[in-house]
Write a protein that binds this ligand. Structure first.
Ligand code: SAM
Ligand code: SF4
Length: 329
């Protein structure tokens, strides 16, 4: 019988973002430096047996939703095997994936059959040259093909994530939102977070400014979301097929409703994206700890989950110990 997992601030913890690799086939400027980041050794990355055991443990504790992320999850070998086995975890109600979309055309059908129906795809621009500038790889067409593939396959919801950066892609806020007139996607605008790898400029654009710009396109109607305790606020344009989501981790942080945990590819549990604290799960997993002992380690970390983060966009700060690619966004 799964428990209801609560932290000391009475937040119900039911969501795990699980990174399965620190590797990636892109080099997004806001996520990692051009030369990449030092790779984890193969033996430091949780193997599939360990990941699946962890999934079974956390679902027994009260986690009902898992999102597979990375790095780029689709570059991990045998990812379909992992997805199919994870989908069969007792107590898991929702299994989803976040991807840059590069390999999606090839994987869409397999992922769907494996049990992934919900997908988030990162897409910060509709211009191929700008895509190449932001991601340092000329792959826009591949991603668009991937998006079409998941639509044809029947994934729902399909969410497109755009990190908005001043002077880079803020001129495309309106065009990205207009996609919702033509496609049943949720286009989500995410505030840029000052991680280790940025270019030294404060490119932050607030959610408020994004909303003001969108409201000039057409009236923004509040929209319903199936995930009311998620970080996004939802809107739609009249007669649009899709929705708009606004995610403002910096300007209006949603810490008071935070329901999530993160596990990195090397098995570190993080209870807050911006916290310096990590709890090692790999060692107990590898030292024959019982499920109960691993649960105790996880309960301990949850008991120290910070009430809120203190990140402020006015102070451009390299805020955490790892770049985003090594955490799992
Ligand atoms: N590779 C996959 C992808 O790009 O979708 C999954 C991992 S990526 C780290 C997850 C999400 O983190 C992406 O949507 C990406 O845009 C977001 N992200 C990375 N760095 C960010 C930053 N500095 N600010 C805001 N979002 C960021
Ligand atoms: Fe790779 Fe995703 Fe980071 Fe871009 S945001 S470098 S695709 S992990």
């Amino acid at each position: 019988m799964p428990l209801s997992l609560k932290d000391p601030y009475q937040r119900r913890i039911d969501y795990l973002r699980l990174s399965v690799t620190d590797r990636c086939n892109l080099r997004c400027t806001y996520c990692m430096p051009e030369e990449g980041v030092p790779r984890l050794d193969h033996q430091d990355v949780l193997n599939y047996e360990e990941i699946l055991r962890l999934a079974r443990i956390v679902t027994r504790m009260g986690i009902t939703k898992i999102r597979i992320t990375g790095g780029e999850p689709l570059v991990r070998k045998d990812i379909l095997f992992l997805c199919a086995n994870m989908a069969a975890t007792p107590g898991l109600r929702s299994l989803s994936l976040t991807t840059n979309g590069i390999l999606l055309a090839q994987y869409a059908r397999g992922l769907f059959v494996a049990g992934i129906k919900r997908i988030n795809i990162s897409l910060d621009t509709l211009k191929p040259e700008k895509y190449a500038m932001i991601t340092r790889r000329d792959c826009f067409e591949q991603v668009w093909e991937g998006i079409r593939a998941v639509q044809e396959t029947g994934f729902a919801p399909i969410k497109l994530n755009a990190v908005i950066m001043e002077g880079i892609n803020d001129d495309e806020i309106e065009d990205l939102a207009r996609l919702t007139y033509h496609y049943p996607f949720e286009v989500r605008f995410i505030e840029f977070m000052p991680f280790q790898s940025d270019d030294g400029h404060n490119r932050f654009v607030s959610a408020e400014e994004i909303l003001e710009r969108l409201a000039k396109v057409a009236p923004l109607l509040p929209a319903m979301s199936e995930n009311s305790n998620g970080p996004a606020r939802h809107y739609r344009f009249p007669n649009a097929l899709g929705k708009i989501g606004i995610i403002s981790p910096i300007s209006e942080h949603f810490c008071h409703t935070c329901n999530r945990l993160r596990v990195t590819a090397d098995g570190k549990l993080r209870t807050c994206l911006f916290s310096m604290e990590e709890t090692d799960l790999k060692t107990p997993l590898r030292q024959a700890a019982s499920d109960k002992e691993i649960m105790e380690v996880i309960y301990g970390a949850i008991s120290r989950k910070p009430e809120r983060h203190e990140l402020d966009h006015r102070v451009l700060r390299k805020c955490i110990s790892r770049p985003m690619v090594r955490i799992g966004g």
